[in-house]
Design a binder for this molecule. Structure first.
Ligand SMILES: Cc1cc2nc3c(=O)[nH]c(=O)nc-3n(C[C@H](O)[C@H](O)[C@H](O)COP(=O)(O)OP(=O)(O)OC[C@H]3O[C@@H](n4cnc5c(N)ncnc54)[C@H](O)[C@@H]3O)c2cc1C
Length: 369
């Protein structure tokens, strides 16, 4: 991957990241978007239900119009599918620089720039804009490395002919199990899908349970593994990355415990173990947050940790800005020497307008106005 210096490295290709990219492009700042999904707006593609209408919502008390009209959803709501299609055309038409399937990991300070560390290498930028949204997929925590484990399924046919492991106990995991069972059944593949969950009880809604039941009755080959714990990520003698999952454990009187475990090639494993807010990432990269104490915050609850940002969305790490859903529903704003909670509704409008203000601030700091 190229490691040339850019003015701005943007993490996340949602409304906030793409608006930042477009404005950089318009103002001749060099930039690169790093998006962990397969395409721009992957966050929206993953979280909106099929056919959902996208609204150009704007908070009543917001003084500004949409500041990047090109990404504004139409006034007459359209389905998420048409909005996504429009965005893909926009990206192509403007020839925006996006690297997909690159997951952000950390930021390193250099003498006069920042290095962004990802699962696909390092990228250099004078400024970094974090636009990774509010919902970050959880990583499997095992001894060793489990980075090769997928977090969702784009193409269930990839799992035809192999024993597949799906980890997670909720509706998302169940949907993945159903999709793979269906594909395997349609291809007359008899290899099973193992469905593992750390607790003894799976937790799916009635409608999902009905669809799963139907798939099993139609011949779906499923093996349930309740109480199973992913333990180790390792490379075997043949160089294959494998995930070892403990499926039961017997405590013996002589003090020697007996375990049963299964080992799957990681490329046959999908972990749907939910998402988390961005605070653990802020901690990891050393961006400061503040806990709300009683009576201080109106939007956040007591004990919630809010990221600390300047009026221009710069964090306590110099040159690192945070925008969009990642700072919703509120953040701590440093302004005129005071720190105060600032409401920040999680909307496409807010994400886009944050981008506008950040690019203006970066242009001014880099002397490119
Ligand atoms: C079901 C639903 C319906 C909604 N409907 C509306 C609506 O009608 N109108 C409206 O205005 N708002 C709506 N919203 C809110 C709106 O979608 C968000 O405010 C908006 O998407 C936030 O944009 P963002 O760019 O900050 O984050 P996101 O859209 O979440 O984009 C973040 C991007 O970063 C990527 N990413 C995450 N982690 C990494 C990483 N480590 N490395 C690289 N990339 C990463 C993600 O894949 C994603 O593409 C809705 C939200 C939901 C969940």
């Amino acid at each position: 991957m190229p490691s040339q210096m850019r003015d701005v490295i943007i993490i996340g290709g949602g409304p906030a990241g793409l608006a930042t990219a477009y404005l950089c492009h318009k103002h001749s700042l060099s930039y690169l978007v790093l998006e962990s999904g397969k395409a721009a707006f992957q966050g929206i593609a993953n979280t909106y239900p099929q056919g959902k209408l996208v609204y150009a919502s704007k908070p009543k008390d917001a003084p500004e119009p949409f500041l990047v009209d090109e990404l504004r959803p139409p006034d007459k709501p359209v389905t998420v599918e048409s909005y996504l299609q429009y965005v893909q055309h926009f990206v192509q038409h403007e020839n925006l620089n996006i690297c997909t399937e690159v997951a952000f990991e950390n930021i390193q300070d250099e003498r006069d720039y920042l290095t962004v560390l990802t699962d696909k290498g390092r990228f250099k930028g004078r400024k970094v804009v974090l636009a990774f949204g509010s919902s970050i997929p959880r990583e499997l925590s095992v001894y060793g490395d489990a980075k090769m484990v997928a977090k969702n399924v784009d193409d269930p046919t990839k799992y035809v002919g192999v024993k597949t492991l799906v980890i997670g106990g909720g509706n998302t995991a169940a949907d993945v199990v159903i999709a793979i069972l269906k594909t395997k059944r349609e291809c007359n593949d008899t290899q099973p899908v193992y469905w593992a969950h750390k607790s003894e009880k799976f937790d799916v809604n009635k409608e999902t349970a009905q669809r799963l039941g139907e798939e099993i009755l139609l011949g779906g080959n499923i093996r349930l593994l309740p109480g199973a714990q992913p333990r180790i990520g390792e490379v075997d003698d043949e160089g294959v990355d494998r995930l070892v999952i403990r499926i039961n454990e017997f405590k013996q009187s002589d003090g020697i415990d007996l375990y049963h475990a299964l080992s799957f090639p990681m490329q046959n494993v999908i972990a749907c173990i939910g998402s988390q807010g961005p605070v653990p990432i802020f901690d990891k990269i050393g961006v400061q947050t503040i806990s709300c104490t009683a009576g201080v915050c109106k939007v956040a609850k007591e004990g919630d940790r809010l990221v600390l940002l300047s009026a221009e969305f710069e964090s306590t790490r110099k040159g690192v800005y945070v925008v969009g859903g990642a700072i919703s529903p509120s953040y701590m704003k440093i302004s005129s020497g005071a720190i105060q909670e600032e409401k920040h509704p999680n909307l496409i409008y807010t994400a886009i307008n944050d981008a506008y203000h950040v690019v203006e601030a970066i242009r001014s700091k880099l002397g490119r106005q």
